[in-house]
Design a protein around this ligand. Structure first.
Ligand code: C2E
Ligand code: CA
Ligand code: CA
Length: 766
């Protein structure tokens, strides 16, 4: 085992790592004090012998020894200035200088002894020189054992002159001493190699320790966390650079042995830590317990730290400090993304639902007057379209601000999406009616907004649902608030509406109606009935107005006044209008030549422009002559005097189809378009007919409009004639061309209208 270790170490010597070799050479050259002592001792012995023997040769020997000593001392001081050697080459040259010096000195001392034996037989001189040299040699060998080449040379340098001195001494006993020297030398040589091995092992171990310490140091200072160790008295026993960096401490402040409590206090003084944070940290650090702690800390400059305090049995505490600012910021960003609306910064829909769920749970114990408000900005789309999305966003932000200022802190204002917002008014004892809140909010939003120099005025519709009364679950509350909002919009916008059970029924029936209407249009189960139009003078049927009829399987007949607007909203008006046009043209094509058909066009059909093609298709497929088709448009169609509308009407008229203005007198009744639009006929609305005869003003309007139209070359039709009296009044006007009303017939199925033509013909023949 021991031999093995020695073998390993001699292997180490032969192929010593550079750093180890340099350390080893260093160890040879650092013993300056020992050298000075030996100079003093040897020089005084030299002087004493020279004086005792009155010998010049001994003076010379002493001088030479002193000279070599001083040179060696010089070499050592030079080394001391730059130790250890910067590289292996320098180390090697220094080692050589050391060896040469040591061997020369040893040789000089042995020669000094030889000279003493030669020049005198004085017992004192001989004893002093021999003893000094032998003592020095033993000392030197044991000290210089490490040098392989040196030790042999030193032994030879000492042995040869000493042996010669014995021979010079004469007689048999010096020879016996000489013989006795040999095993001693051999013993020294052997033990010096062993000591050399031990010495090298020691140097290697020291080197290893220094290397490990260096590595640990590198590891400690390159870890991302701050780390320090505190002993059981609260003094620092280790810190790494990160601790200094995190707290802005200097090495001097956080030196080994510094008191941790006073360091923390200095951090409070410097404004790195708040006093409250200092307290929490001290508690965790100095509490007398074996538990470990994790203390979250926030520095004054808003960095987040996580301090882990770990006790080591009886040895103190390890403190690990982690800067988690980035992690915390990332978490905060994710939190914002998940729970808040990026445009307005308000809570988003998810957050609102969460808060509402909480309020619903809390409601059972607290007062029960909480409510939710659903808000929809009126005409926000127009702002977006005309001023751009960036300004639209600014408006949303401004609306969010006003909503926040209109409610209390504990109320939740959320952006629901698009131009919709939601407000939760949680239960409270002192609550006013939520409708007051709704009114206040509407007033706030109605105040003009200033966005990029534009003054924007918008309205808002609000639906209110009360927390217990209008729903016990999240889903029902939300959908009921939505129904109330829908109702507020239906009633004309910029107003609020509370939820009522009736709204739910309406909405429900409306939804099934929509589904059924889609199916009816797709399956073409919508029928067309015809109401006769009669010549005012002869009362003969001259045409028929096509009127859509929908017989719902469960609800019975549904009025076109109800389902036509739904078809318009669902975007089905083109399809439905196309079906009616085809049916009407086909029917009319089979009627007597003198009869025309009138078809109602919805404003949406005309505005889209596609109706011109639909009219053309219907005429072509039915083969009906264009002059037998009349289309009825309303004032609202004309009011949207878009170039496309005008163009569409013109192209229809160019086909030879006539255009009638329906419901005249109910809308804006601007006379100006009567001559600017290509109209062939005016249909005076039924409301005038009702007032006819009794209300003088109505009579005057009918009379004058009828007269004016006649002059402009347009025919006049009076709608809704129900009584003979009304008919007589029309007769009296003289300027009315056609009449229509229940007096003659309501709208009837196609087969029935045929029978009427027949009977009219019969009557004429009769
Ligand atoms: P409108 O175009 O003014 O049609 C005349 C409406 O008055 C019809 O109601 C007709 O039945 C009714 N009526 C006719 N004479 C009298 C009368 O003497 N007394 C009374 N009280 N009412 C009379 P209807 O069929 O319910 O249609 C209502 C409205 O629905 C129509 O008003 C029209 O605007 C729209 N409509 C009907 N069918 C169509 C269609 O195929 N396409 C489009 N776009 N709209 C249609
Ligand atoms: Ca009509
Ligand atoms: Ca009408």
């Amino acid at each position: 085992m021991r031999a093995e270790r020695l073998g390993a170490i001699s292997g180490l010597v032969n192929k010593m790592p550079d750093a180890l070799y340099i350390a080893f050479v260093d160890s040879l050259l650092v013993e300056v004090k020992g050298l000075i002592l030996s100079i003093v001792a040897v020089t005084s012995a030299g002087i004493a012998t020279a004086i005792a023997a009155h010998s010049v040769s001994l003076w010379i020997c002493t001088a030479l020894m002193l000279l070599v000593s001083l040179i060696r001392l010089h070499v050592m001081t030079l080394h001391a200035r730059s130790r250890p050697s910067p590289n292996v080459a320098v180390a090697r040259s220094r080692e050589t200088k050391f060896v040469v010096g040591a061997v020369t000195y040893m040789a000089l001392m042995a020669i000094w002894t030889l000279v003493a034996f030669w020049v005198t037989d004085d017992g004192f001189t001989r004893f002093l020189t021999a003893a000094t040299t032998i003592v020095y040699a033993f000392g030197m060998w044991t000290r210089s054992f490490a040098i392989d080449k040196g030790i042999n040379a030193q032994i030879i340098a000492a042995f040869v002159p000493l042996s010669a001195a014995m021979v010079v001494g004469g007689g048999w006993y010096p020879l016996a001493i000489l013989v006795g020297f040999i095993p001693t030398f051999l013993f020294i040589k052997a033990s010096s190699s062993r000591m050399k091995a031990n010495f090298l092992a020691e140097v290697a171990a020291r080197h290893q320790v220094a290397m490990l310490a260096g590595r640990l140091d590198t590891a400690l200072n390159n870890m991302s966390h701050g780390l320090c160790m505190v002993d059981s008295e609260g003094k620092l026993s280790l810190t790494n650079n990160q601790v200094l960096r995190i707290f802005g401490l200097s090495e001097k402040e956080a030196h080994v042995g510094a008191d941790l409590r006073s360091i923390l206090r200095s951090l409070v003084r410097k404004g790195v830590l708040a006093r409250s944070e200092f307290k929490r940290l001290s508690q965790a650090l100095f509490r007398n317990t074996n538990r470990d702690f994790v203390v979250p800390l926030e520095t004054r400059d808003q960095r987040a730290l996580e301090v882990t305090v770990q006790r080591i049995k009886s040895e103190g505490t390890v403190v690990v400090i982690q800067d988690i600012t980035e992690r915390r910021n990332a978490e905060a960003a994710i939190y914002r993304m998940v729970w808040f609306d990026p445009v307005t910064g308000l809570p988003n829909r998810r957050r609102f639902e969460q808060e509402l769920s909480k309020a619903l749970l809390a409601r059972q114990s607290a007062g029960n007057n909480g409510a939710i408000l659903f808000l929809d900005l009126d005409d926000f789309k127009q702002v977006n379209d005309s001023l751009g999305h960036a300004r639209g966003d600014k408006l949303l932000i401004a609306v969010g601000d006003r909503l926040r200022s209109a409610v209390e802190d504990k109320d939740v204002v959320a952006r629901w999406g698009g131009d919709e917002f939601a407000i939760l008014l949680p239960s409270r004892e002192d609550a006013h009616d939520p409708s007051c809140k709704a009114e206040r909010i509407i007033a706030e939003i109605n105040r003009p907004f200033q966005i990029d120099g534009y003054e924007i005025i918008i309205g808002v519709s609000v639906g209110v649902a009360k927390l217990r009364r209008d729903g016990l679950t999240l889903e029902t509350l939300l959908s009921n608030a939505d129904l109330a909002l829908y109702a507020a919009k239906e009633e004309g916008r910029n107003r609020w509406r509370s939820y009522e059970a009736q709204l739910g029924l309406n909405a429900q029936s409306r939804r099934t109606l929509e589904i059924d209407l889609r199916a009816a249009i797709a399956n073409e189960t919508i029928e067309v009935h015809y109401q006769p139009i009669n010549n005012a003078a002869t009362r003969e049927i001259v045409g028929c107005e096509a009127l859509a009829r929908w017989d719902h399987p469960t609800r019975g007949r549904i009025s076109p006044g109800e389902f036509i607007p739904i078809a318009e909203e669902l975007g089905l008006m083109d399809a439905l209008g196309g079906i009616i046009l085809h049916r009407a043209c086909e029917a009319c094509a089979s009627w007597p030549e003198r009869i025309f058909v009138a078809v109602n066009l919805s404003p949406l059909q005309v505005r889209g422009g596609r109706v011109a093609n639909a009219v053309k298709d219907a005429l072509q497929s039915s083969g009906l002559a264009p002059h037998r088709l009349e289309v009825e448009i309303t004032e609202s169609t004309i009011l949207h005097d878009l170039p496309l509308t005008r163009q569409t009407l013109r192209s229809i008229r160019e086909m030879g189809v006539r255009i009638a203005l329906d419901d005249f007198g109910t809308g804006f009744s601007s006379l100006s378009y009567l001559h600017t639009f290509p109209l062939d006929k005016i249909k005076i609305d039924r409301s005038f007919t009702i007032a006819m005869g009794s209300d003088q003003r109505a009579s005057i309007v009918i009379a004058s409009v009828a007269g004016m139209c006649k002059m402009l070359g347009m025919d006049v039709l009076v709608e809704g004639i129900e009584t003979e009296r009304q008919m007589q009044f029309v007769d009296g006007l003289g300027s009315v061309a056609e009449v229509q009303g229940f007096l003659f017939s309501p709208a009837v199925p196609e087969k029935d209208i045929r029978a009427m033509f027949e009977s009219a013909v019969q009557r004429k023949i009769a």
